[in-house]
Design a protein around this ligand. Sequence first.
Ligand code: ZN
Length: 356
Amino acid sequence: MKRIVTLLGKNRNQARFLTLLSTYKRGRMQFVLSWSTGESTTRIPQEGKILAKQNLNRPSVSVDVVRNHVPCNLCNSNERKPFCPENGLGLVECLNCGLVYVSPRPDANELYALYGETYFHNNESGVVGYANYIKDEGNIRLTSNRRLKHLESFVKPGKMLDVGCATGFFIDEARKHGWQVEGLDVSSFAIQYAQEHFGLNVQHGALTDLNFEAGSYDAVTMWDVIEHVPDPTAYTQRAAALLRSGGILTLATPDVGSIPAKMAGKRWVGYKLSEEHIYYFSINTLTRMLNDAGFEVLNVRHVGKYVTLHLFLDRLGMYFPWLAKALEMGERAFNLSERALYVNPFDIVAITARKK
Ligand SMILES: [Zn+2]
């Protein structure tokens, strides 16, 4: 097999496919998982951990930045133990409440610096950000409509604030449903896009730094946000302050306690190989945080999203590379790459809660 690979060395894809095949035959799946596109791995000397894969085509926190230990954001305890150390992300688990988070870590400014334009368009979306968020607009709008329908079973359209609104696809859909929408995002690129393309009322910054009218919102939404922010407790408290009594907060985040996360171990897609996700919630820790902020949890479910077949196979390849490679041949043969399908991996939890 090695000889065939060498012979076909001019065609990288064929060579890779054959390498995968031969690796699969030898049963060495670990090797396949480390197979990638030529990036190098950097070690942090003081921690001795693989903290970030360096690649010029994608955003990342610089390796020599100052990192400090932080107390648990949920219960303030400093008692912690390593969590899934084999994924090399520097995760710890609070011994008191079970919250999983990154510690030590860089300060908030370094973390927010990740969200430039390259975050929404880069070559390493399995590692950080999105391959092409804007090109995926159609699927994001389909997902948005599905989530709006669910939200509207708890609260009828009124005033909405979308935290982490990105390029505004969700609130643009919400507006069509009759919502009076506002949004915010730490990415100036995304905010500018939302203003220029859809004329949306959106602000650049963090929820905790911007001014909004307290007690005036019927719904606050945070899709895939809470795992990124330095102080999620402050975010949920601020959401409570902005909502009217009886207003609804709905959010989604990777579920570290889900069965797929536990089964996949260090290979779980939720463990993006960067410092993009700094908190990993379970249903328990998320429920506790919402209760502490003055919410009553109304609904907990695992949600999916509409994706192209191409992205689905890309992610499938992280777990079952041989299966993904085989299906990719069919995808190309029948030209199905951009076909949308709703995929629920049952590892993203969505919680809907009412302000008491
Ligand atoms: Zn804790």
